[in-house]
Structures are given as structure tokens and as C-alpha cells.
Design a protein around this ligand. Structure first.
Ligand code: GUN
Length: 295
């Protein structure tokens, strides 16, 4: 048996089409949503991510600015730039691509972004609202995973979701989001991490497994019960001399073997990745509407 593929590219396209329609409607009222994407340094993965975010803005009719700076940029310069963007009317959302060079405090940067423009959902105010289950900007990757589950017919309500990895960008916020008593949530959540003894004991009891710990092909067939839904958040480079680039990208799931037991599985690439970008567009649209008093 082979699992159904959960097509993140297709589902993200549906969301981007919905966003585009709302953007056109806003434009007819004279409102244009705008995103500022800030990139510091030359991390190759970050460059690709920022480019794909700007392209998605173009496709959705969202105005975008990509602001690039050298890796020796001073923290004070970046904080000043963010203050300017906080006050700039054409900018509804601000995204500072992480990770940042070591001379810059990510915490200070995130706290400087106005919570109303924090389309990444990383500001402590927005994290607090998320924890309280109040309306806010949800971090794009966990938000995208929730949408991916719902739109692929795998509502997490009443299910046992086992999350691997407690990182602040994915695992930890996802555990909060899916445990709320709300639509698209209401799951029983187990959060496994480096302190967990006997991880397979938990994954074998899971209806839904989300692998987000950043370990190449960690989740193997023997850890998954037949019929589970498997979401792979990993993006890992592994050396492969047979590839042109000398490496290939694999997820946190041993895809070829897990697909033989799972009911449904996300590919890497083409699973969670495109969803993150689609939810950023949705958050930018929401920011524009909020700032104009429409929601
Ligand atoms: N780096 C990895 N994921 C993300 C993300 O969702 N937002 C930002 N700003 N940086 C990231």
C-alpha cells in the first residue's frame, strides 16, 4: 500500500488564489496590502525563502519591498529600519528573515516590530494572544500545517497528534494551536523532544505525526502505525555525490519507507514549505484589513 500524497503546492495555490481575490476587493476600496521582507547576510536558504515570498506577493497583487543588507550590518541600523517600516503606511507587514548574524539580537528585532505588522506572529504580544486563544497572527508554518490538515480532509479534532520537536518556530506553537478548543484544532497533543525517552512509544500511538526536529529521515517505518497521517516539516541538506550540486534535500521523515504504512504523507519539497509562504500572504492581507479598521 502507498500513502496518499498531501499536495502542499496545490493547497497553497488555492489559498493564494483566495488571498488574491480579497486583495483585489481591497484594492477596489483604495487599499493595497504591502510586505517588507528584510534579509541580512548571504545565507543561501534565506535568500531563496525571501525570493519566494516576494514572488508570492507579486502573484497575489500584494506590494512588496525586499530590503537586503550585508552580514556585518549593525543591530542599531536594523532596529532603526524597523521603526521606519513600523510608521510607513504602504507597509502592512514586516518580515525579518531568520536566522540573523550573531551581532544582532533576534529577540530585540522581533520586539521592535510593531505587533500590528508582525505577520510572522513572533512578537511576544502575539505569542501571548495565541496562547490565550485570542485572534492574532499565527506563525506561518504551524498555521500552514493546520490548513494543510483541514484542506486535505484530516481534521485534527479528537485525534492524537504527536509533534516531534519543540522549536519556537514550529513545534511549540503548533502544540498550542492544535490543543485549543477551536475549529481546526481540539486535538490531544503530545510534544516529543530531546528529553523524551522512547519516542517510538509515542509516535506509534499517533493518528497524526508532525516531524519538525531537523534530523534527516529520523521518522522511520517502524515508528509509524498503519493509517497515520504524516506531516514532514524538515528541510535538510544531505551529502550526495550523485547529485549535480553534491547534496540533496530530505525531510525529517524517511519518505520512501513511511509512505508504505501511512494513510497520507507530505512530500519534501512540495509539502509544508509552500504553505508557509501562502499563510504569510494571508497574514499580510489580514494586517492590511486590521490597520484600515475593516476587521
Ligand atoms: N526562518 C525560517 N522560518 C522563518 C519564518 O517563518 N519567518 C522568518 N522571518 N524567518 C524564518
Amino acid at each position: 500500500m502507498s500513502a496518499e500524497l498531501i499536495d502542499g503546492k496545490k493547497i497553497s495555490q488555492e489559498i493564494k488564489t483566495e488571498v488574491k481575490a480579497s486583495v483585489e476587493n481591497l484594492k477596489s476600496k483604495g487599499i493595497v496590502p504591502g510586505l517588507a521582507a528584510v534579509l541580512v547576510g548571504d545565507n543561501p536558504a534565506s535568500q531563496i525563502y525571501v525570493r519566494s515570498k516576494a514572488k508570492a506577493c507579486d502573484e497575489a497583487g500584494i506590494y512588496s519591498e525586499v530590503l537586503k543588507f550585508p552580514k556585518d550590518m549593525k543591530e542599531s541600523e536594523l532596529l532603526e529600519l524597523i521603526q521606519e517600516l513600523n510608521h510607513k503606511d504602504a507597509i502592512s507587514g514586516i518580515l525579518v528573515q531568520l536566522p540573523l548574524p550573531e551581532q544582532i539580537s533576534e529577540e530585540k528585532v522581533i520586539k521592535t516590530i510593531s505587533p500590528e505588522k508582525d505577520v510572522d506572529g513572533f512578537h511576544p504580544c502575539n505569542l501571548g494572544l495565541m496562547l490565550a486563544g485570542k485572534p492574532t497572527f499565527l506563525p506561518c508554518t504551524p498555521f500552514g500545517i493546520q490548513e494543510l490538515l483541514m484542506r486535505s480532509g484530516n481534521d485534527p479534532a479528537g485525534k492524537h497528534v504527536v509533534i516531534l520537536g519543540r522549536g519556537s518556530l514550529v513545534g511549540r506553537p503548533l502544540s498550542v494551536i492544535l490543543s485549543h478548543k477551536a475549529k481546526g484544532a481540539n486535538a490531544t497533543v503530545t510534544l516529543c523532544h530531546t528529553g523524551t525517552k522512547d519516542i517510538p512509544r509515542y509516535t506509534k500511538q499517533a493518528d497524526i505525526i508532525v516531524a519538525a526536529m531537523g534530523k534527516p529521515e529520523f521518522l522511520t517505518r517502524d515508528m509509524v502505525s498503519p493509517g497515520a497521517v504524516v506531516i514532514d516539516v524538515g528541510v535538510n541538506r544531505v551529502e550526495d555525490k550523485t547529485c549535480e550540486k553534491g547534496y540533496r534535500i530530505v525531510g525529517d521523515v524517511a519518505f520512501e519507507e513511511v509512505k508504505e504504512v501511512a494513510k497520507a504523507i507530505t512530500p519534501v519539497p512540495g509539502g509544508v514549505g509552500p504553505m508557509t509562504v501562502a499563510m504569510l500572504m494571508a497574514n499580510t492581507l489580514k494586517a492590511a484589513k486590521m490597520q484600515k479598521g475593516l476587521i
